[in-house]
Design a protein around this ligand. Sequence first.
Ligand code: FMN
Length: 255
Amino acid sequence: MIFYFSGTGNSLHVAESLQENEPIVDMAEALRRKKCGFRIKEGEAVGLVCPVYYSGIPKLVLEFIRHLRLKEDYSYIYLVLTHGGGPGAAGAMAERELKKRGYHLDAVYDVKMPSNYIIMGKDKDREEEDRRIRDAEPVIGDIRKAVRERRQSFPHFGMISRMMTWSMYPLCDRYMPTKKFYTDDRCIGCGVCASRCPVDCISMEDGRPVWKKNHCIRCMSCMRCNAIQYGDRIKNKRRYRYHKVESSESFPVHD
Ligand SMILES: Cc1cc2nc3c(=O)[nH]c(=O)nc-3n(C[C@H](O)[C@H](O)[C@H](O)COP(=O)(O)O)c2cc1C
């Protein structure tokens, strides 16, 4: 079984690429339905695939692990992190959380993908994005092989990575003001942003999205829509989503 969380499609793509015949489960959906108990077939591998947030694991994934109940005889638990070039010690954070729940993490893999964190830094380069996506394919292939072989693979997280994770994560994770969100006059009130939000942070009021205070995990899912602004940080910036995200996932005001 593969559990995934994905704001903009990178981790979903990796999860789907690793899938053989096993079911694939959206962690956000499982939490929403309060159904986090899963029956695993004997000998089956259990994969967790998610992005790196602030050198750590998204809050939603930590929450999922806290509620996860695996029944029966799984043989192997692995984690695949997608990131924009700095995974820090996110794997160690996941391992710690799994350990608290009595699960042993056998392997941590990572895949460098385009960064979706558009609220920081300059506009992302489309060619660089395409190059990263191409370069990721053989890496995903190697992970698929390693999982089939049930390889034990736990990277060494050095002092600097650990310091990044344990100092940056709590600071960035705590401060997530939603008051900066608004929609410009391109918003047609379609409600796709509200329906796609993995933490139900957005409600529609008078035909316009409203972000609930301190609830957002900044997954960038809604920011795929060009009508959505965050202060003046993303005005005129290209919005990121993995290019193969299904058309049904698209916003009417996308490009
Ligand atoms: C809130 C947030 C924080 C992020 N922090 C990091 C980080 O610390 N290091 C990094 O390499 N990438 C970081 N990224 C980039 C994502 O990990 C990367 O783009 C990931 O592949 C996105 O996956 P998704 O499309 O499945 O949501 C961050 C992205 C977001 C939205």
